[in-house]
Design a protein. Structure first.
Length: 315
């Protein structure tokens, strides 16, 4: 064996080398290791082809968003909108008529002025919420609904406020609703048949006054007016000329008014020439007689079984 190795050393070495290669070759092909990205892709519920398509659309979306952003910075959408509005107006889609509904008392002219006074009167570009907001600033308008009727008509549905009294303040007469909103000015020669409320902030107390009069339904039609005194209580004036001074507070004033209505129903207090009834003190019912009768009688009389009242008046 030794001689073989010496004599055929090169061959033996070659044999060993070949054997080594044979043994290495017998192990099979080297397996390619999978990356974590490939493993992650296998977990997705769609194929790799679908993923590539989604990525392509994402790139397109990013590009479009960039183009739109640049266009907005350059003002191109506004220019396009203005051009479209101009084309619509030229084609006859422009506000030329205004149809007003629901108006019974107010003057319609301010409504027409608002509807036809818009800078851009194109039916396509008209800002309806803006038009409605301007109309809601009108005193008479409680609510408004604006709609288009192509090609050239704007339809305005108005909900009017209901006038409930005339407010006299700082020498002015103004028509108001139950919430005290001023509707319009009125002249002394054209006074509506409504109660007159007098005094600072009296308009804001109109709702409370109406609620107070609901406690005495028989007296409500006889009410001519009311003065809000000292920002705390009411003096009621009746059509027959008498004044009733009520106490402060919702409950005391309601109780006094109910008592007065009951006494008037029994004794007919109104219409007998008495100037004033004073019920500010819950323990007293004071009557003030006309000046002519006060020469022979006390100018102020307490009701039966009450103490004599103090002279003079307070707000």
């Amino acid at each position: 064996m030794a001689e073989a190795r010496i004599r055929r050393g090169g061959t033996a070495r070659l044999a060993r080398t070949t054997g080594a290669r044979g043994r290495s070759g017998g192990r099979g092909r080297t397996v390619k290791r999978r990356s974590w990205v490939d493993s992650l892709l296998d977990l997705l519920p769609f194929s790799e082809e679908t993923l590539q398509r989604m990525a392509s659309w994402a790139i397109v979306g990013i590009v479009l968003a960039g183009v739109i952003g640049i266009a907005m910075l350059l003002g191109l959408p506004a220019m396009a909108g203005q051009k479209a509005s101009q084309l619509a107006a030229n084609a006859g889609f422009e506000v030329e008529k205004v149809e007003v509904r629901g108006v019974e008392r107010m003057d319609e002219l301010p409504i027409y002025n608002i509807a036809l006074g818009q800078v851009n009167r194109s039916m396509l570009a008209l800002d309806l919420p803006k038009v409605r907001g301007e109309m809601l600033k009108l005193g008479w308008v409680k609510d408004a609904r604006i709609s288009r009727r192509l090609p050239d008509t704007l339809v305005v549905d108005i909900v009017e406020r209901d006038p409930v009294a005339v407010w006299q303040h700082d020498g002015q007469l103004q028509l108001i609703d139950v919430a005290g909103v001023v509707l319009q000015s009125v002249s002394a020669g054209a006074m509506p048949d409504l109660p007159l409320v007098v005094g600072p902030n009296a308009n804001l107390q109109t709702a409370d006054l109406n609620k107070l009069m609901e406690n005495a339904p028989a007296l409500k039609p006889m009410l001519a007016g009311a003065t809000w005194v000292g920002n705390r209580r009411w003096d009621l004036r009746f059509q027959s000329g008498e004044t009733l001074s009520l106490p402060e507070g919702d409950k005391p004033s309601a109780t006094a008014l109910v008592n007065f209505a009951r006494m008037d129903g029994v004794n007919r207090l109104l219409g007998r020439g008495i100037v004033k009834f004073d019920m500010r003190d819950p323990d007293r019912f004071v009557l003030r007689l006309p000046q002519g009768q006060a020469n022979d009688q006390s100018g102020e009389k307490p009701a039966a079984n009450t103490d004599a009242p103090a002279k003079g008046e307070e707000g």
